[in-house]
Write a protein that binds this ligand. Structure first.
Ligand SMILES: Nc1ncnc2c1ncn2[C@@H]1O[C@H](COP(=O)(O)OP(=O)(O)OP(=O)(O)O)[C@@H](O)[C@H]1O
Ligand SMILES: [Mg+2]
Ligand SMILES: [Zn+2]
Length: 563
């Protein structure tokens, strides 16, 4: 007799044989027992989880010579013909290849005739979502007023593609993916029946690779038996499946945690030289990290973990060493990497890059946190300050270490004098050599009053005023000076929103309207001589266009041509 693949040979023949779909089989059994079988059913769910199998069992139950019964005999003509798929009264139609109106018209013709021999005429329409709209319409009429003793079962992997008009005329059963243990058990039963010796690890590897589909699991088992004969060993099975050993996955996570880039890259090299498919490795690693996350959040004994016992122990030991944030970040990067690998011509480079991101993910995390905090603090809009790398960097001519700072000229036209509605963007922080601290000057009482007023109004603004070097109160202006090392505060204060708040506070304390100028001490001094590098940069149309395009502000502009 011709060889029959395991998936067909071990197709369940009764409701009780169907694994993992208890809710559905029990409901159908009840309907049969109480003679309440509907005229139309939708069986939806992933591939190879028992839709066609259950449809045939239902047909057998109704048509068995000893029925209707919930335990079809399997021996009568009806049962045998239905199991073999050649019963005259149970028609299986593949909607993928018979999707047009003509086929459905033909079907409607057939429906009109009573069953030739059996009790029911059963139509099992596979891949029902593939029917054309016209075919659905034609079917609709039949489902609306089904001829007596007829039953339609629409099996589909994509129930959402069925028109709602069809859905509302049928009872819908959603078949679930089977979990790891259920598939493992099914594999064990089949191996026993086939007299194949298989160790736990090999069946575990197959069960995991099947990802919830019994048919896939049995097809893989077929392949493994063909390759290994009557005895399956984990090592060989993993190799044939391209499944990476759990130990190696654990090793990579540990290296990432230790920030050991070299060790991570060595593992990639090992995988590549041993001929593993790198996309597959990435998918496996992603699943491993997801399992770690579940072990970390729900405990290693959670039923959400679809892994064999020894891997569960490994996860239990490793998970507490990682934080949930780390794991979420890893998973995020890995999912993206996995996606990129699909289209990559250089999968190795992509994988290495993805893993390097994980090695550095912890450091990036703090940067991320900083950025989001700054973004929260900084005002919105064009003037908002973003953290960024300097756009233009120029080297400053070295200053003699003890050069005396030039005294700012209060008369000078300060570049950053901002009328309330102006849009200041300029400042020129320069890295200065450290200077001896000047004698602390007592703070101007007006500045103290402004600071204390702002302290109660805006912690952010108040923290920007803390490093103010000095403040000049003119007749109708207030000029705030910062040391170059505190240019960040000057920069934050340059947004219109902050300046408006500061101006309001100043006016409240001083009792008259003022304009606010924010400047750096070094700027003020240099201003009389020549335009600063920053000014030149911002008046350069090309550079300024780049800045706008990148939606950023000048943070540090230096003239490299000067030294
Ligand atoms: N729940 C199950 N319990 C036991 N075996 C199953 C189960 N589901 C599927 N199988 C096995 O997989 C084979 C295929 O199953 P079936 O034809 O019912 O899948 P299906 O859900 O109709 O898939 P598809 O959408 O690909 O048509 C069966 O012959 C059987 O060996
Ligand atoms: Mg099917
Ligand atoms: Zn029978």
């Amino acid at each position: 007799m011709a060889y029959q693949v395991l998936a067909r040979k071990y197709r369940p023949q009764t409701f009780d044989d169907v694994a993992g779909q208890r809710l559905i089989t029990d409901t159908l059994k009840n309907a049969i027992l109480h003679d309440r079988v509907a005229h139309g059913y939708i069986f939806s769910g992933a591939r190879g989880v028992g839709k066609t199998t259950t449809a045939r069992i239902l047909a057998k139950s109704l048509n068995c010579a000893h029925g209707p019964t919930v335990t079809p005999c399997g021996n009568c003509d009806s049962c045998r013909e239905i199991a073999a798929g050649n019963s005259v009264d149970v028609l299986e139609i593949d909607a993928a290849s018979n999707r047009g109106i003509d086929e459905i018209r033909e079907l409607r013709e057939t429906v009109r005739y009573l069953p030739a021999r059996d009790r029911y005429k059963v139509f099992i329409i596979d891949e029902a979502h593939m029917l054309t709209p016209e075919a659905f319409n034609a079917l609709l009429k039949t489902l609306e007023e089904p001829p007596p003793r007829s039953l339609f079962i629409l099996a589909t992997t994509e129930a959402h593609k069925l028109p709602t008009t069809i859905q509302s005329r049928c009872q819908h059963f959603a078949f679930r993916l089977l979990d790891y243990r259920e598939i493992y058990q099914r594999l064990q039963e089949v191996c026993q029946a086939e007299k194949v010796a298989a160790d736990e690890g090999s069946l575990a590897a197959i069960a995991q690779a099947a990802e919830g589909s019994v048919r896939d699991a049995l097809s893989l088992l077929d392949q493994m038996i063909a390759a290994c004969g009557g005895s399956l060993a984990e090592h060989r099975v993993r190799q044939l499946l391209g499944v990476v050993p759990a130990g190696l996955l654990q090793h990579v996570v540990e290296a990432i945690q230790a920030g050991d880039a070299a060790r991570v890259l060595e593992q990639v090299n090992r995988l590549a030289t041993e001929g593993y498919e790198l996309g597959h490795f990435c998918a496996e690693f992603t699943r491993y990290v997801r399992n770690l996350m579940i072990a970390r959040s729900c405990g290693a004994d959670s039923p959400l973990l679809q892994v064999p016992e020894d891997e569960r122990e490994g996860l239990a030991a490793l998970a507490p060493q990682l934080s949930e944030e780390d794991l979420a970040r890893y998973l995020n990067v890995l999912l993206r990497t996995q996606n990129e690998l699909r289209y990559s011509l250089q999968p190795r480079f992509h994988l290495e890059l993805g893993l390097m991101k994980l090695v550095h993910a912890r450091r990036l995390a703090s940067l991320e946190g900083l950025l989001s905090r700054l973004e929260e603090l900084a005002p919105r809009g064009e003037d908002s300050v973003r953290v960024q790398s300097p756009v233009v960097k120029r080297r400053e001519p070295p200053r003699p270490p003890n050069a005396t700072p030039q005294t700012p000229n209060p008369e000078s036209q300060l570049p950053n004098c901002a009328r309330p509605a102006s849009n200041p963007q300029h400042s020129s922080p320069r890295r200065e050599p450290p200077r001896p601290n000047p004698e602390p000057q007592p703070e101007d009482p007006r500045l103290v009053a402004i600071k204390s007023l702002l302290f109660s109004q805006s912690k952010f603004l108040s923290s920007c005023l803390n490093p103010v070097a000095r403040c000049e109160f003119g007749e109708d202006s207030v000029t705030v000076f910062y040391r170059p090392s505190d240019s960040w505060a000057a920069e934050l204060l340059r947004s219109r929103e902050q300046q408006d708040k500061l101006r309001a506070a100043c006016e409240q304390v001083l009792g008259h309207p003022v304009t606010i100028c924010v400047t750096l001490e070094a700027d003020a001094a240099r201003q009389v001589q020549r335009p600063s590098a920053r000014e030149r940069a911002s008046s350069d149309l090309k550079l300024d266009a780049y800045r706008k395009k990148l939606n950023c502000v000048w943070v540090d502009v230096r003239d490299l041509s000067q030294g």
